[in-house]
Design a protein. Structure first.
Length: 113
């Protein structure tokens, strides 16, 4: 794993909300820290309301993690395009986050409860 990336079990129960709805709640989330960036919480899909999430055609590439696929979220009043992302087939060093979904904290409410 690159020296500037750390992955830990996220302490406590984490909740993600958007558009007045709870999208997910997990006690099995992972916290990824990367350099000076704020921590990112990755949720297991089993703990998310996947019926509210639609796969997006958007893809980006990270030299440390691999190719990210994106998810849009249907909420009351519209869609939050590309609000979540996942690494379905990450680089081997990032295998712990394979298939988990993270969310853009500026567009959803993410909190530990």
């Amino acid at each position: 794993m690159p020296d500037h990336i750390r992955i830990y079990p996220a302490q406590g129960t984490w909740v993600v909300r958007a558009g007045g709805a709870v999208i997910g709640e997990s006690r099995a989330a992972l916290e990824l820290t990367e350099g000076d960036y704020p921590p990112v919480i990755y949720f297991p899909r089993a703990d998310l309301a996947m019926a509210m999430l639609d796969p997006s055609p958007t893809r980006t590439s990270c030299r440390w993690k691999g190719v990210a696929s994106y998810w849009s979220l249907a909420v009351e009043g519209g869609t939050l395009a590309d609000v979540g992302w996942s690494y379905d087939d990450p680089l081997p060093e990032m295998a712990r986050i394979a298939g988990l979904i993270a969310f853009d904290r500026s567009r959803v409410t993410l909190e530990r409860v």
